[in-house]
Design a protein around this ligand. Structure first.
Ligand SMILES: [Fe+2]
Length: 287
């Protein structure tokens, strides 16, 4: 018997993208879904996305964004509370409803499941860390180390927002890409379809188009754009241009800090953050 399972990760509060994937799954008649963490933050509708995920019967684990929320709740991230760099995250945390807060608390770091004779390890970053970035191409040695230590047939991970599926000495690894912050200009929300039949597995990497204009409008209507303009702009530009512009903006800010001789800050100081946002994004748009 053939089983088809959808795999997604890194929805990041992007409701139009998430609804486009849900509609695609409905059209294909797929009910079994794995979500590999980072449902929340960066796009405006984290609470709504989390409610839809919570009410499903899907297999869900937490990502580093959910862990940030738990750490913040526990008082471990007080230095983030008033930093402008973290204002999008704080805005998101404030908006989470009570049931969704409890839901995050209930999510496991990772999970091991078995489908049709195939064992699967579901992680957000890597089996060793929620926030480790696994890159089969750029950091090959570490990737091979992780795969050699893997006891299961298939590793599912997210976090890097890169979409790939590959075989590594008889084992498989899948990153479904990012449902909500995808770096694939003009293509849309990413996920993967995993097919398991008679102990064999294959995967299809999928992108579903949806309206970025609608998403951008949500940024403004929800108030997230006003609460965190530079970060919001960088996320929207990343989606439109297919490049991780948010990360480039952080690099730009860290560079400014270095030039100013600031070495002991736990977060990027507000004046540096604002300068980075203004200069970097303006220069990009001009170029
Ligand atoms: Fe992540």
């Amino acid at each position: 018997m053939k089983e088809t399972i959808a795999v997604m990760a890194d929805i990041h509060g992007n409701l139009p993208a998430f609804l486009a994937i849900k509609a695609d799954l409905r059209k294909r008649g797929i009910e079994k879904v794995i979500v590999a963490g980072d449902m929340i933050s960066d796009c405006p509708d984290s609470d709504e996305v989390l409610t839809l995920v919570r009410k499903s019967e899907w297999i869900v684990i937490k990502g580093n964004r959910e862990q940030y929320f738990l750490d913040h709740q526990a008082g471990h991230l007080n230095h983030w509370t008033h930093a402008r760099q973290m204002s999008a995250l704080m805005w998101t945390f404030d908006k989470l409803g009570r049931s969704n807060r409890a839901y995050i608390q209930s999510l496991p770091d990772q999970k091991r499941i078995e489908i049709g004779g195939i064992s699967i390890r579901i992680t957000h970053g890597s089996p060793d860390s929620l926030s480790e970035l696994l890159y089969p191409d750029r950091k090959r040695e570490r990737f091979e180390e992780v795969m050699n230590a893997l006891e299961e047939d298939l590793l599912i991970c997210g976090h890097s927002h890169n979409q790939w599926f590959l075989e590594q000495e008889g084992k498989w690894a899948l990153n479904p890409g990012s449902a909500g912050i995808h770096f694939n200009k003009g293509e849309g929300a990413q996920y993967a379809l995993l097919s398991i039949s008679e102990g064999k597995l294959s995967a299809r990497l999928i992108s579903v188009p949806y309206s970025l204009d609608e998403l951008e409008k949500r940024f403004h209507d929800s108030g997230l754009y006003q609460a965190s303009p530079h970060w919001s702009r960088s996320i929207i530009d990343s989606l439109r241009e297919g490049e991780n512009i948010s990360l480039l903006m952080i690099d730009y800010a860290l560079n400014l800090m270095e030039r100013e001789g600031i070495t002991d800050a736990l977060t990027i100081p507000d004046p540096i953050w604002d300068r980075a946002g203004e200069e970097f994004l303006k220069n990009r748009n001009r170029g």
